[in-house]
Structures are given as structure tokens and as C-alpha cells.
Design a protein around this ligand. Sequence first.
Ligand code: ZN
Length: 333
Amino acid sequence: MTGMLDAGGMFREVTATQVLLSTAYPRIRFVEFAADDEKENGADWLWWWVDRDGTCYGLLVQAKILKLHGKRWSVDFNYKTRGDDRTQLSKLIKAANRFHVPAAYVLYCGDAQYRSALTCDRTHDDFPCKERDRAGVSAVSALVAETAVGLDAKNAGVSTFHDAVPVEDIASPDGLDAPIVPLARVLDQDLERFLRQPRRGSRRVAKELLRPVQRIRHGQFAGAAVMERAAPVTGALFENVPNDYGHFSVPYVAHMLCGLRAEVPGYVRDVLEGRTLPAWLTDHVGGIVVIPDADALPTASPGRVGDGGAGLLSLGFPEAPQPPHDQHPGQAA
Ligand SMILES: [Zn+2]
């Protein structure tokens, strides 16, 4: 992204995805399917985080750019293809339901210099939105975008960027995994523990995607959360989840957690084992990304691939030696 901007150009979704995936390879695995005209723009990809014990989390992902038009930052969530009245956003959520995974966006947001004029009126502890580390490639639930578009379409890009989590951070075991408190008070014990206690790997990815959605739900005056259960998804880690919609178009906990599975789907195993993938898949998605060993310690990762410049340099190289903890720059040893 920086390279294109420095050259006076603009990065694109398809190219940015190819650079991201090829840079993160071989830590991650991916298969890109042949693009036809229909899929050429905005083809959705399936992303799967797979733990060593087979627990995994899948998303149907659409890549989008955080764009600057004049002085306005936007993401074209409401994009429509010619002759089709439905927005990409509603189509993405529908398509995700067919794959029994949640819908999400991966936002390409350039580097800190690109975002230097971005203003966000909400707070992030101590950090301005635009200066967050690694935010150049961030992920967010489509339900967050759906809400943002519904509340204030003009500001939906910035608002969604605010709630997006850097892709590199969503499975980071170092970060704080604060408890998530759903509105439905009576939950299955295992679901309750999952939401309240720190988790790693694919479970943690699911929580990081759910967290901003839950935050939005807390702000909705949609009445008390319903107690009935959503229809269970075969193989889901949590089969008894509340059917609460809030103001979302789907029961949000069920939607966010249907992608969290106890077993690796066959087609994900096919990717990992280099087998040919079925046509029902290759005809309908742009490709598949698999992040194996998602629960492994960060030392197993090849480095940062977002906009933390130093991290990019360390890709594929051993970690730079760290100074001893009791020594600080500018302080005599
Ligand atoms: Zn913000």
C-alpha cells in the first residue's frame, strides 16, 4: 500500500490481498480460485483459523479499501453491481449464512501517513484511531458495518474502521481478552466461560470479532434480550446460543459464533493437504485462506505483515536482539 501511495498511485483490493497473502505465506496457507467476470470485483474469500486440536473459526471475508474522497473517508459498503438492487453488504451476509460462517470485512487502510488526516470522534483509550499500530489491515464483522451504514451512512467508513481490529492482533495471545457480557443472562455454562475467561487461537479470533458487535448491542434500545435459542449449526462448538437480534438483521451471537467449530471442515483439510477443492466452493468464492496452528505461541509466527514497518523487515528473519530490560535508551549502562 505504501509503495503504491509513494508512487502516486492507489492500492486495490485484489492486489493488496495478493501481497498480504504472499507475504504471510508460508505461515498461512491459501488457494486462489480462477476469477471469472462476475467474481472479478469484490469476490469473497473464506478465512479459517485452525488450532492444533482442530478447533477452528471461519469467516466469509470481503476486502475493502478505506478511501479518501476530497475530505471524506469512506468504505463503499453500499456498492451495487449493475442491474442488481441488493447491496454488497446484504449479499455478503446472505452468502455467509449459506457457508454457515459470519460475514466480515478486511479493510485495507494504508499506512499512518495515508491516514494522517483521518478524524474519529470516538476514543480508544489513549490512542487516536488513525495512529493505531498495524491498523493498515484490519478485520471487522459485517454487522458492525451494517449498523454504521444504518445510523450514519456518510460516516460509516470511519466508524467501521474505529471498530475494526488489526488482523495481526485478533489472535494475539499477548493482548488483553476482557470479558464479553451478553445481554442474555442465562447462558450455557461453557458459553459463559468462553465469553468471560481469556481464550487463545481460533476461540480468541471469534471473541475479537464478536466484541464490537456486542458493544453495539449494548447501545441498542431493542428491548430485553430474548431467551429463546437460535437454530444450532452442525459441528458448532456452542450449539445453544441466544436468538437475540437486537437491531441487527440476523441473531448476532449465533451469527458470530456459527463459524466456531469443534472440527475442521473437509474443504479446509483439503487446502491443508493440497487436494482439489469441490466446485460448489471454487465457483462461489475467490479463494480460501487457512491460518494453521492459530493457537501457537507468537514465536512461531514469521513477523508482522501490517503497517508496523519494523515487523515487515523482520519477516522471515530471526527476531532482532533485544536490549536487556534494565537498560533504557539514553541511560548510561
Ligand atoms: Zn476511532
